[in-house]
Design a protein around this ligand. Structure first.
Ligand code: FE2
Ligand code: FE2
Length: 192
């Protein structure tokens, strides 16, 4: 359990005001899943829960509000116009600048929860996978990722990244370099 401290209270109020019902439900499901994974893999459960609460906090903003946050929080401009990527970077910047969190483990887990990146920390992998497999998630291949999640976290990450790349390619959508590099890293690690 997270301590009911000021940060969590502030954050939960923000979530209630800014997230749609379905996104709020997803957020709390990710929190549960991240806590489960943290217990299994020996990570800090409270941190995993806090990272989960933050991860999609800025996901339902209007495009204008996203751009406003990108400007005021000094998020790189290349994320403008891509809500799917921008919300992670805005949340990470807000953790530091609005919520005064200075723990890089927490901030990086939120920052890379959409794309992944090479050599992710345990906390980064936990949030990345909790987001992908919480019980409300339904998409082709999710069962395989769920199975792998509690046996081999790297394998689960690889499967999830492969699915993301396949999906984005099928839509002819932009694929972030961090996603490409994360997948390459895990494939190479697998071949060692
Ligand atoms: Fe997200
Ligand atoms: Fe999410």
């Amino acid at each position: 359990m997270i301590e009911q401290n000021e940060t969590v209270q502030r954050l939960e109020e923000f979530l209630k005001e800014n997230l749609k019902e379905s996104r709020l439900k997803h957020t709390y499901a990710v929190k549960e899943e991240a806590a489960k994974l943290a217990r299994v893999y020996g990570a800090d459960v409270s941190k995993a829960e806090l990272a989960a609460l933050f991860h999609d906090a800025y996901r339902n903003l209007s495009p204008q509000a996203m751009d406003m946050y990108i400007n005021t929080l000094k998020v790189p401009a290349r994320y403008k116009g891509n809500a799917n990527l921008a919300h992670s970077k805005i949340a990470a910047a807000a953790m530091e600048q609005v919520f005064e969190i200075d723990d890089p483990e927490l901030i990086n887990a939120v920052s890379y929860h959409t794309t992944g990146r090479p050599n992710m920390s345990l906390m980064e992998k936990i949030l990345f996978i909790a987001d992908a497999i919480e019980p409300g998630r339904h998409y082709p291949g999710v069962d395989k990722i769920r199975e792998a999640a509690y046996e081999d976290l790297d394998k689960a990450c690889r499967l999830s990244l492969e699915g993301t790349v396949r999906f984005l390619k099928s839509k002819d959508a932009f694929i972030d370099q961090d996603t490409i590099d994360a997948l390459k890293y895990l494939k190479e690690k697998d071949n060692l």
